[in-house]
Design a protein around this ligand. Structure first.
Ligand code: KG4
Ligand code: ZN
Length: 342
């Protein structure tokens, strides 16, 4: 089955064609990230105007790269939330018009579920390199700019939400700390880069230690605002932040990774899952991949990360999710929902 997937929840316009949920025939992602850089965060109005500007060129390019005729496309899938309303409307209305004009089934997809399915695309290699299929039951960890959630997946279409962040999302914390340290936007890759230069200042800042909020709490909730405050306090006491920037970035990144790994592991133990699937923009983080890899063998777990370029928002993950959760809806019932949840 060939599915056209549309993803316009935030500042990316993603349009892809995916075969049988795994094979990418085309995957076009246009981003308005550079327009938001000077503001240090996303400006919703700017993002939605860009969506309108690029969606048709992205659609044309995606269709022509896939080399499929329209009659070989079997369904249209669209992320209908959660996200920014102005951005969502462009994708959702485009998908509805295409489904109507082409007379194809229309499948609305929860953006967060989409992030999980990035793992089915183009690979079935666990983080330790073992060729593998993704078996159930599984624990899914979603770590994006707006969300941090732990999900128990009994099977495709069978999700149970276990917990999530009580305040900032993991990606949001990366973005805010990057801004505080005078680094660019989006903050995740910037923090990662700064942290990788940690050896430059080795020994100088070994006293930098940040808390791991809620790491030992029995529930599956997260909180990153206390960590953020700890970094703010530390920075305000420093006379030369720039010199110690990489040490701060490294310890902050370690703190986030420690919490995410420990809580995912506890969820896997509780729910007897041998598989952990990670998705969302923060899944691109190399330290997070390394930290999960370390616990994989020790705990006999199979851990899956999407290919790095598929960790951030894209249409292919939406098409894949629609393939495994094939649930077409009448066109008039599909609407953008900024606060859609599980
Ligand atoms: O999933 P995504 O593309 O959009 C949302 O659905 O929010 O995630 C974007 C988030 C941003 O907060 C960004 O800083 C973070 O993912 N991110 C990273 C990395 N690359 C992107 N965080 C940590 N390390 C990275 N390499
Ligand atoms: Zn996302």
């Amino acid at each position: 089955m060939n599915i056209l997937g549309i993803e316009t929840t935030c500042d990316e316009t993603g349009i892809a064609v995916v075969q049988n949920g795994t094979k990418i025939l085309s995957n076009v992602v246009a981003s308005s990230q550079n327009l938001h850089q000077k503001y240090g965060g996303i400006v919703p109005e700017v993002a939605s105007r860009e969506q309108l500007k690029v969606i048709i060129p992205a659609l044309k390019e995606s269709l022509s790269t896939s080399e499929l005729e329209i009659n070989n496309i079997d369904a249209v899938a669209v992320a209908n939330g959660p996200g920014l309303i102005g951005s969502l409307l462009t994708g959702v209305e485009t998908a509805k018009i295409l489904a109507y004009a082409w007379n194809k089934p229309l499948i609305p997809v929860n953006h967060l579920i989409g992030h999980i399915y990035a793992n089915w695309l183009e690979q079935t290699t666990a983080v330790d390199g073992r060729q593998s299929t993704i078996d159930f039951p599984a624990i899914a960890l979603i770590v994006s700019g707006g969300h941090t959630d732990l999900i128990f997946m009994k099977d495709h279409q069978k999700y149970k939400w276990l917990g999530g962040t009580l305040d900032d999302a993991a990606g949001e914390a990366f973005d805010k700390i990057a801004k505080l340290l005078g680094l660019g936007y989006p903050g995740g890759p910037e923090i990662e880069k700064a942290a990788s230069q940690r050896s430059d200042v080795k020994g100088q800042m070994s006293d930098i230690k940040f808390p791991r909020p809620m790491i030992n709490s029995k529930n599956f909730d997260f909180s990153f605002s206390g960590l953020k405050t700890a970094v703010v306090n530390k920075v305000s006491q420093m006379s030369n932040v720039k010199r110690q920037r990489s040490a701060i970035a490294a310890e902050f990144q370690n703190a986030i990774c420690d919490v995410l790994v420990k809580k995912s592991l506890r969820a896997a133990e509780k729910y007897n899952a041998k598989v952990i699937i990670i998705g969302g923009g923060v899944a691109a983080n190399s330290q997070l991949r390394k930290s999960f890899q370390e616990i994989a063998t020790k705990n006999n777990l199979k851990i899956f990360f999407p290919l790095k370029n598929l960790s951030i928002d894209n249409g292919a993950m939406i098409a894949s999710a629609a393939n495994y959760n094939f649930n077409p809806q009448p066109i008039e019932k599909v609407n953008a929902n900024p606060s859609l949840y599980f």
